[in-house]
Ligand binder design. Sequence first.
Ligand code: SIN
Length: 499
Amino acid sequence: MIKTDCLIVGTGLAGLFTALNLDEKLKVCIISKTKIEYSNSVLAQGGIAAEYNDDELLHQEHINDTLKAGSYLNDKEAVEFLVENAYESIKKLISFGVQFDIGADNKFLVTKEGGHSSRRIFHSGGDATGKNVTSTLIAELMKRENITFIEETMAVDLITENNQAIGMICLDKFEEYQSIYAKKIVIATGGIGSVYNATTNDLLATGDGIGIAYRKNVIVNDMEFIQFHPTAFYDEKNHSRQRFLITEALRGEGARLINVEEERFMKKYSPKLMELAPRDIVSQAIFREMYDTWTDHVYLDTRHLDAKFLKNRFPTVFNHLKNHGVILGVDLIPVSPCEHFLCGGIETDLNAKTSLKNLYAVGESANTKVHGANRLASNSLLECLVFAKSATEDIHKNIKSKQLVKEIDYNNIVSYNYNYKPIRKKIGDYMDEHVSIVRDEAGLKLTLKTLKKIIVNLKKYPNATKNYYETLNLATTAFLITEQALNREKSIGCHYRIN
Ligand code: SIN
């Protein structure tokens, strides 16, 4: 048994930034299902949206762009909070040693992505923002004596007492149950990409925080709003479910979308914004084009752009494509949409508090309601920072000295060898076919029925393995997406229903 003041589950940007903002007098334990350095945040290429100019109008435009991308289903107060705290978050990262790209004039190099009315996206190492930011924060955290990192340990169930969270049951690296008791618990488990057969996420993203919260009746909502990134690299030889992301910033620098007949098709769907329309519109347009041209991809065209500039500005993309025989600025890049981001999640307020006392959620697993029906590009890392900071402020104000402990006996759950791969595949197949970019009632109902059966069976035969809990979390997350997609009958944002 471990006792700590604050337990953080997950080592992506939201978890790391929470830990760094906590008072060094507090004992903090941060757990990772695998290794500290693995998370979805590491893969983030684009950057962090933030207005650094004092001009009130520019701040208002960031608010307006966020609301417009989210089809105005966002919580306006939460969006204002996000935008007003954006530049402070960037400054805090800089104080920890993060180096954002700077031009020859010594000013920040900021870029544009879909849905943004001006250049306001900070980036680092060109397209290595997530990697640079997380590695800098990990190095900073390693200096802190109040922080304990525990790797290869998976949170599986919340421990509650009198309607409050008091701890977490975990499976350690030997797949033995361990209890970690904490006065405050922060879920920062990231996304849900593995629910689908193709995702830009790290495949570790199995919706663990959402499964854990839902099992304890914590409010989880807006799950139907799954964002599909328009431009994941389409590589026929890649058999992994994880797809390489081609950052939207490439379109921000002028890359165009053409179909296999070499037609620049965005003029039919968004004549003003073209390739820089919000992601829901671009992904739905690509889906339509693939259907009409009987193919499973379109192309990103960078042939009209300066190849040398592209190589310097997008080193991660350049090198990956080169290793796969495609030269940026010379060749057409085959792309297609795939799962990228969950806009909803565990409902939280401005202080990242969930509906369960002493439980917070930050990052992609949280539903801060800033994204509404579709997230604006590069608002996700920003959301991690702003709400992680506000969570810590609330923790500082409300942490009590008393630690509650309640013994839990998990010895009745045995561990046995079972291959969950076919179940995971079945979940992915149903979600791809019926709960993807285009949805209909019959497909949603069929999927819901199948998922219900899977969950009943999984619960009947509990197994003390990480694989079991991941599969249960995947099935639960898929169920919530499908159920909430069925309940929302009208199309809006990234939820598109044909009937
Ligand atoms: C990208 O670089 O296109 C992804 C960044 C984001 O999801 O906002």
